[in-house]
Design a protein around this ligand. Structure first.
Ligand code: UD1
Ligand code: UDP
Length: 379
């Protein structure tokens, strides 16, 4: 034990990692026993910067690695070398990674190559299928094989780790930090509604209509899956009582399909990715969320919004078990019939529209810092 605060290198690169780590960085900053050092790979650029700005984080290291339409191997190779270089310069005591992205996996591996302990936020999510989600299921397993502390959001994810022979004393059930972030941002909007005022115009344009919020970006849905999703949205938009608000992910594989097939429809708003306050407002405005996102599957139940998940399997079964989420895959007829059933059958809607917090109570970041303090300082 030294008198110096423990140097914690917090690594992230994409929008969801930033959303799920900014409250952890804030909690570490408030604790004099820790010195958090933020390294962003910038695997995402614009979508990462949106989060850094609202969270007020200025990274200590910014690798600026995003390339247009980057490949998994090109990205991973660059990440491994560059993140390793930062570790050699910073010489942290521990490294934190979050979730399942290429940045998280390469960060964990580079730390392992230096025998640095890695702490994994959002540990233990498993679908049991290495191609759904792809490549995230394997990224998670690699990180799980390396991690020192595993911060499991739920007892379901804890159980998955124990089945893989992770020893119980290395796992802490903390809740998911996304709920901390959501509470924080909702508080910010309440205090200052203009933070999400950019949606006023759409709210006015779609007044009286039933709003469906859509997001989509999964690699395993590229091609046929994205085309099916676009066809489903066209059919839903034939109903004059509905409006679709779809902030389109910056991945060109998503944008090409959506721009080609959905532009020019009166009640479909294809918009740029929203910053977090605006997206939180969209979650509140929407009657239903239709998504293939991981984070949205966690946020929608917290707000009591039915969420239809355009995936074959999920590593987040808690929302499905709680009844707020339903897996609908990417078959367009199935998506349309599930949406229509929620729009037309009040009982079916109400059965799904109950606020649950299966993913946490908003205190995950504090629990993570407490567990780290116990690990590093024994208190
Ligand atoms: C990545 C993660 C995925 C996560 C998702 C969240 C991997 C392998 N994938 O997928 O797990 O669910 O982020 O959104 O780690 N782009 C921009 N600007 C941005 C962001 C992306 O132009 O701000 C474009 C670029 O052309 C980039 C492409 O999107 O090359 C793909 O980005 P990438 O991070 O490789 O994949 P995602 O599909 O975003
Ligand atoms: N999100 C956002 N703006 C958007 C769409 C999503 O801020 O336009 C947020 C959303 O609230 C959630 C996170 O981004 O917290 C999810 O990110 P994404 O769907 O890109 O990745 P995933 O969670 O699937 O890894």
């Amino acid at each position: 034990m030294t008198d110096q605060p423990a140097k914690i290198l917090v690594i992230f690169g994409t929008r969801p990692e930033a959303i799920k780590l900014f409250t952890v960085v804030a909690a570490l900053k408030q604790d004099p026993r820790f010195e958090p050092i933020v390294c962003v790979s910038a695997q995402h650029r614009a979508m990462l910067d949106q989060v850094l700005e609202i969270a007020g984080i200025v990274p200590d290291h910014d690798l600026d690695l995003m390339r247009p339409n980057q490949t998994l191997d090109g990205l991973t190779a660059a990440l491994l070398t560059e993140l390793g270089g930062v570790m050699d310069r910073v010489k942290p005591d521990r490294v934190i990674v979050q979730g399942d992205t290429a940045t998280a996996m390469a960060g964990a591996l580079a730390a392992y190559y230096r025998k640095l302990p890695v702490d994994h936020v959002e540990a233990g999510l498993r679908s049991g299928n290495i191609y759904h989600p792809w490549p995230e299921e394997v990224n998670r397993k690699i990180i799980g094989g390396i991690a020192s502390l595993h911060f499991a959001p739920t007892t379901t994810s804890e159980a998955a780790l124990l089945r893989e022979n992770v020893s119980a004393d290395r796992v802490h059930v903390t809740g998911n930090t996304v709920i901390d972030a959501l509470h924080w941002v909702l508080g910010r909007i309440e205090a200052q509604p203009s933070l999400a005022g950019g949606l006023d115009e759409l709210a006015e344009r779609f007044k009286g209509k039933r709003i469906i919020g859509v997001t989509s970006h999964r690699r395993e849905n590229f091609g046929h899956g994205m085309e099916n999703i676009a066809s489903a949205i066209r059919r839903i938009a034939e109903r004059p009582d509905t409006a679709i608000i779809f902030p389109v992910h910056l991945n060109p594989n998503v944008r090409a399909v959506m721009n080609e097939r959905l532009v020019g429809l009166d009640n479909v708003a294809l918009i740029e990715p929203l910053d977090y306050p605006h997206f939180a407002r969209l979650l509140s405005m929407a009657e239903i969320m239709l998504t293939d996102s991981g984070g949205v599957q966690e946020e929608a139940p917290a707000l009591g919004k039915p969420v239809l998940v355009m995936r074959e399997t999920t590593e987040r079964p808690e929302g499905v078990v709680a009844g707020t989420a339903r897996l609908v895959g990417t078959d367009s007829s199935r998506i349309v019939s599930e949406i229509f059933s929620l729009l037309d059958d009040k009982a079916a809607y109400e059965a799904m529209a109950r606020a649950h917090n299966p993913f946490g109570d908003g205190q995950a970041s504090r629990r993570i810092v407490d567990a780290l303090a116990q690990e590093v300082w024994g208190a």
